[in-house]
Design a binder for this molecule. Structure first.
Ligand code: FES
Length: 154
């Protein structure tokens, strides 16, 4: 059921109102819109107007940025949010679980890098053969030294 026109108009915020409420610049709003994170409507003067519930989405974008979640990943999870209303408590619980799991993955990745770097500090060999940090995922290294691909028959 479509909302009453007066209720619908009350629900709309100008770019200035949204920037004042969120601290996000107008250019950032346009960028978020282009990335599919938020959406705007246009009035008869072609002025961009945002539904009030976009404030909640923008808050989620800002939270994700603080957590270091790439906007492309935010856009993916936002496709699961309701398009015509604010995210619910349940939506936020689900999103925060996804992002917590991503933070945990990143934490483990950084811990692994830190472990490798600590080994280098104690070593200093700069070996392309044995240093995991200088030559990670060295799959060709198991087949010999030098330009392995060039020396192999076709
Ligand atoms: S420099 Fe020797 S293990 Fe990295």
């Amino acid at each position: 059921m479509a909302p009453e026109p007066s209720a619908h108009l009350k629900d709309l915020l100008t770019v200035g109102e949204v920037t004042a409420r969120t601290g996000v610049s107008a250019s950032a709003l346009r960028f978020y819109e282009a990335e599919g994170l938020i959406s705007a409507e246009r009035n008869s003067s072609n002025q961009r107007l945002y539904r009030r519930h976009m404030l909640r989405r923008i808050s989620l974008v800002l939270a994700a940025r603080r957590l270091g979640i790439p906007l492309a990943e935010v856009a993916v999870v936002f496709t699961t949010l309701p398009a015509d209303g604010p995210p619910s408590h349940r939506d936020w619980v689900r999103l925060s679980r996804v992002w917590k799991s991503e933070l945990e993955e990143r934490r483990l990745y950084i811990m692994n890098l830190e472990r490798q770097l600590t080994a280098c500090i104690g070593c200093g060999c700069l070996s392309m053969r044995s240093c995991d940090l200088l030559n990670p995922d060295d799959r060709l290294g198991t087949r010999g030294t030098g330009p392995v691909r060039l020396s192999e028959p076709d």
